[in-house]
Each structure stands twice: as C-alpha cells, then as structure tokens.
Design a protein around this ligand. Structure first.
Ligand SMILES: Cc1cc2nc3c(=O)[nH]c(=O)nc-3n(C[C@H](O)[C@H](O)[C@H](O)COP(=O)(O)OP(=O)(O)OC[C@H]3O[C@@H](n4cnc5c(N)ncnc54)[C@H](O)[C@@H]3O)c2cc1C
Length: 384
C-alpha cells in the first residue's frame, strides 16, 4: 500500500496528524482500539439527562499558544470556561490552587498579600535548599500544615506511593498565590467546546482521504503494508513489553445520577487519605451555558495500571526512566515508525501541547518526504 499512512490512535495526536497529511494528499488509515474516536478527550451526552459527560475525566482547554488556539477554534465553537476547583480537607471546603482565600480560611486570619507571604515563609522549611522529592518541595514552599492538609493524602491516593518517593517536579505545577485569583490555570486562552470535544475529532477526520477503523489495533504487518506509521499508543506495548512495563496510573470513574444538584461545582478534590476517591466531578458545571434539572457525577479512583487497564498518568519514577531509555533505544532501530503523543513518548501532555507536537511532527514528515530524508522515530524527545 505504498503512499498510504497508518496511524495508531484517534486521540488528538493521531487525528491532527491524519488531518494534516490528508490535506497534503496522503491516504490515511486511522486504527483505534476503542469503539470511538477522541482518545481520552472523548465526550458523550448522557442518554437520560443529556448532560455532556467527559468520559475519561474533566478536560478544560487552556493554552498560551495562539496558533493552537486558532487551530482548535477552526473545528469547534469554544465557550469561555474558568476552572475553579474546590477541595475538601478535614471537613471543610477550600479553594484551590492555594490562594489568599485558602490561606486566610485555613489559618482563620484576615491577611493581606504581604502578611500572607510572610506567614508562608515562616511556615516553610527554609533549611531545604534544593528539594529533590515532592515532599521536600512542599515543605520548602508551603510548610507542613498546608502540605498535610492539601497534598499529602491526595498525592498518596493519586500516585499510590508516599510523596517522599515522588520527584519535586510534580509539585512545581501548582503555584501558591498571594491574591484571590482562584482560576486553576493561568493561560490566556481557556475554554470548553460548546458541544463537547468529540465533534472536533469528527471534523478533523472528516476527509475523503481518511478511513477510520474503530475497534481495531494497528495491524501487525504495518511496517510492510504502509509507507509510514505514526503510533500514539503505549511505547512499551508496541514492543510487546520486551523490557517490562512502564509505570502508569489508571483511573476508575464511578458514575452516579441525582435529582437537582450534587456539589454545586464542577470539580471537588478530596484531600484526606481516608476518603478512597481523589475527586468528584459534576459534569453539567462544565457546560454552564446549558440548563439541566438533574445531575451526573463521577467519583474518581486512582490505581496502578495493569496491561488490560487504560494508562492515564505516566509515573516516570527513576526505574521508569531507565526502562524508557531502553525502549527509546529499541525504537531508534525501527525504520518507518514515528512515536507520538502522551503514550508514544511516555509523558504527561496537555491537549494544547499534544496538538502543537502533532502539527510539528506532521510538518517534519512532509519536509522529510519533500527532501527525501528519513523521518525520525522520535521527532519529539521522550526525555523532555
Ligand atoms: C484525567 C485526565 C484529565 C485531563 N484533563 C486535561 C485538561 O483539563 N486539559 C488538557 O489540556 N489536557 C488534559 N488531559 C490531557 C489530555 O487527555 C491529553 O493531552 C490527550 O488525550 C493526549 O492525546 P493523545 O492522542 O496523545 O492520547 P490519547 O487521547 O490517549 O489517544 C491515544 C489513543 O490511541 C489508542 N490506541 C492505543 N494503542 C493503540 C493501538 N495499538 N492501535 C490503535 N489505537 C491504539 C487509544 O485507545 C487512544 O484512544 C487530561 C488527561 C487525563 C488523563
């Protein structure tokens, strides 16, 4: 099948590459093991309430990249959406990320930004000069009380290990704010598509050059049958787990329906270790432009991912990184395949970064075809 491209996965990585290459005249076959397109961004209306459900967890689009923002807006109408996360800790409700309101509520004070900053400096452990672990990072920047209240139990449930076993980099993503800004994200473009994410994938794949095969894994003979393959499935699975499994956390969503409202907001984190779920999402609040009398919530449980589970979050502990190096080494010898996306490169990627990288990879490929050069196996480094 010379000239035809195979793509494993119909999430943003696969769908964007398929779209870009089809636009340049390539025939593209997209294989997707699930029975739907969209990958983890898949949304579907609940048949009873008609509420739009984020089937694999809440997805809010946020980016500073105007090119990516313009790109997604070509395929869907986005509505402004601000993610305001609440958190239950010790029987009280707070706002996250930790901001001036959280600090004042937690300490029962009425501090201005300067006084709050001084308090947190006093609380923090200044003797930790170069934090290596998540726990050290938390103790260094917010101190033991806030760490125990908001991060210790939640992190233990989310990652299935002690925060002292996790790298500091995980906490760097969560700033403390000394103002009342409770927007979870700080990007200049933030929103949710008015009719969910699935129509974006339908539009991206709606091309006469693209054929989508749902419920079908990438065929084993793809190297022989296809001009080139883009693989957005798990890197270790591509090599039949030859060196063992890369560590992932998986998620289980327990669905409940109620009359009226349940918690009054989209996302409520549960920080205490003795509550088994990490958070509850109430989906109708992701679409405040819609009106629904009843409600659907997901209780989210995190667990160690086995081969038959859906990999959600790469763990990337030291052992995983060593294993990753081995798989990257193997991949470099495979000609005709490019590994992409969050699973193909074993990194946590937000949607905007996924799209940015997919556009880059498609562009690189087209450049290689035009110049007669060999396409790289890892145009985006899994080490980044
Ligand atoms: C709980 C959760 C919440 C998130 N929330 C946000 C958010 O709010 N904002 C944000 O920007 N990002 C968010 N993300 C990240 C977002 O989901 C990813 O950026 C995006 O899904 C990455 O797309 P992808 O195509 O690389 O991977 P995926 O969406 O996982 O798609 C890969 C696809 O490949 C398929 N596949 C695997 N193996 C094969 C095979 N051998 N053959 C054929 N198909 C195969 C899989 O079934 C899957 O559908 C969240 C992620 C999680 C886990």
């Amino acid at each position: 099948m010379a000239g035809t491209i195979a793509i494993a996965g119909a999430g943003f990585s696969g769908a964007v590459i398929a779209n870009q290459l089809a636009n340049e005249g390539f025939m593209v076959h997209v294989f997707e093991t699930r029975d739907h397109i969209g990958g983890n961004c898949y949304t579907q209306r609940d048949p009873d309430t008609r509420i739009m459900l984020h089937k694999y967890g809440p997805h809010i689009f946020h980016t500073d990249n105007k090119e990516v923002w313009d790109f997604v807006n070509r395929y869907a109408e986005f509505r402004p959406y601000t993610n305001r996360v609440k958190a239950v800790s010790g029987g009280q409700v707070y706002s996250l990320p930790i901001n001036l309101h959280t600090i004042n509520q937690f300490y029962g004070r009425c501090l201005d930004p300067q006084a709050a900053r001084r308090l947190i400096e006093e609380e923090s452990d200044q003797s930790i000069t170069a934090p290596v672990t998540f726990e050290e990072q938390a103790l260094r920047y917010i101190g033991e009380k806030l760490y125990k209240a908001f991060f210790y139990g939640y992190t233990k449930k989310q990652w299935g290990c002690e925060p002292s076993e996790l790298p500091a980099s995980i906490l760097k993503r969560l700033p403390v704010r000394f103002d009342y800004n409770d927007n979870y994200f700080s990007h200049c473009y933030q929103g949710i598509p008015s009719n969910g994410y699935t129509p974006i994938f339908e539009a991206l794949l709606d091309h006469s050059n693209i054929s989508v095969y749902l419920g079908q894994a990438l065929p084993d003979n793809h190297l022989k049958e296809y001009y080139h393959t883009f693989y957005s499935g798990p890197l270790d699975a591509y090599f039949d787990y030859r060196f063992g499994e890369l560590g992932y956390r998986s998620l289980r969503f327990e669905e409940h329906s109620y009359e009226g409202n349940y918690q009054g907001c989209a996302v409520m984190n549960y920080c205490d270790a003795d509550i088994p779920y990490t958070r509850i999402t109430e989906h109708k609040y992701f679409a405040p432009w819609e009106s629904h009398g009843d409600t659907v919530v997901y209780r989210e449980y995190s667990f160690t991912c086995g081969r038959m589970d859906i990999p959600f979050y790469p763990v990337r502990l030291v052992g995983d990184k060593l294993l990753l190096e081995k798989y990257v080494g193997l991949g470099k010898d495979v000609e005709g395949v490019t590994f992409v996306g969050r699973l193909g490169t074993y990194r946590y990627l937000d949607m905007d970064k996924t799209i940015e990288e997919a556009l880059f990879v498609a562009d690189q490929f087209l450049g290689c075809v035009r110049g007669g050069a060999r396409m790289k196996t890892f145009p985006v480094s899994p080490r980044s």
